[in-house]
Design a protein around this ligand. Structure first.
Ligand SMILES: [Zn+2]
Length: 383
């Protein structure tokens, strides 16, 4: 079995790619067992839906360390459903490598939130049961769930064909023409910014607060208690160079948060979301919402993106699965193949990819935990 070694200032741990689970249900069972084996309690929040085998779908949460934290690291997985295979593996590897005890000082808490979109994870989708892209759903400041980039309207026919997948599909030549017409950056920005007008389309942000939004609003304050220092890593895949990662930061998070994150993770790892680099600007990100919800707290949030396939390959896979989901037969081979390819695109089976990214993911969380210690040092207290 392929294993990677993670070395940092706090020690060395060995990570095996068996932490990747074959399906949501297995991932959840393993997460629960690993938490309970370490003497902690798992809190399961039902989302009132069922998975392919009839299982109740839940968001599972483990709080390790202090029950009344002054400082916390939050590690969340599966905000984009199918991407949860990766984030869940990081969470399991962390638990199985025996991370927390040695890294958690008094007043520190590690909060693991497993499968923020259990529906998408279980049914192999990036979106929730309402077709909502949850990382476009967390609007703040009373922003209305309306509007789309003008170019999205023009591209709607290409992105969201209203019929089942067929053998003859002109997506690639049309997509390459669109790429030439709009340019790479403008096209990416138009497609992935978030839209609120096409309910069956890709990157749809919803018509109101999603179930996951409501559950986080109800429970995150209780999990964090009176913590004043929070570092939140939300794991994603499908953006960036194969097998590498970037920590995307929303520009709204501000310079103080940026400075703290650079200190924790290093400048090279961080990218402020903009229309340049690998990222793009979006509406309704979880990060600014977390910061707005906890204004008294130093809430530092990164979207940790691990690269897989090329952007057009990823969009093509999303489009194919979305077409099959809305217009295809759930039981037929075409739908099965579309979902199998979507899973491959977001969590490649390649053992090198899995070993590398898993080790990097675990190292990021350990770094965040180690930096909490520095934050308890009064010399480094900030205003
Ligand atoms: Zn994602």
């Amino acid at each position: 079995m392929v294993r990677s070694v993670v070395k940092d200032m706090t020690g060395t741990v060995s990570i095996g790619i068996e932490a990747f689970s074959p399906d949501y249900f297995t991932a959840r069972e393993r997460f629960r067992a690993a938490v309970e084996a370490r003497g902690f309690v798992v809190e399961s929040l039902s989302v009132g839906l069922r998975g392919p085998s009839g299982e109740d779908l839940t968001i599972d949460v483990a709080r390790l360390g202090s029950e009344r934290p002054e400082r916390a690291v939050v590690v969340s997985s599966g905000l984009h459903g199918v991407e949860g295979f990766f984030g869940s593996a990081v969470q399991l590897a962390l638990l199985e490598a025996g991370v927390p005890g040695d890294l958690l000082a008094d007043g520190d808490s590690l909060i693991l939130v497993h499968a923020l979109d259990p529906y998408g994870f279980a049914w192999i989708r990036r979106f929730d049961e309402q077709n909502v892209d949850l990382n476009r759903n967390f609007l703040i400041n009373g922003e209305r769930y309306q509007g789309s980039p003008p170019a999205y309207r023009q591209l709607n026919g290409l992105l969201n064909p209203p019929y089942a997948p067929s053998r003859v599909d002109t997506f690639w030549p049309r997509a390459l023409l669109a790429l030439a017409w709009y340019g790479r950056r403008s096209l990416r920005q138009a497609v992935a910014h978030g839209q609120y007008d096409f309910p069956r389309g890709l990157f749809f942000g919803g018509v109101g607060h999603s179930r996951t939004y409501q559950l986080l609003l109800e429970n995150l304050p209780r999990w964090l208690g009176s913590a004043q220092e929070v570092t939140h890593i939300d794991f994603h895949t499908g953006l960036g160079e194969w097998g590498t990662y970037k920590l995307l930061i929303d520009p709204e998070l501000g310079p103080a948060s940026f400075a703290r994150l650079v200190e924790t993770f290093g400048e090279d790892a961080i990218q402020v979301s903009s229309s340049t680099g690998i990222s793009y600007t979006t509406r309704g990100d979880l990060g600014p919402w977390c910061q707005a919800t906890f204004p008294e707290c130093h809430y530092d949030y990164v979207c940790a993106e691990f690269g897989t396939y090329s952007p057009l390959t990823v969009v093509s896979a999303l489009r194919w699965e979305n077409q099959a989901h809305h217009w295809g037969d759930p039981g037929d081979a075409a739908t099965h193949n579309a979902k199998a390819w979507l899973k491959e695109v977001f969590v490649p089976a390649d053992t090198d990819w899995r070993a590398t990214t898993l080790a990097e993911g675990v190292a990021l969380v350990r770094r965040a935990l180690a930096s909490l210690r520095g934050r308890s040092d009064p010399v480094r207290e900030r205003s």
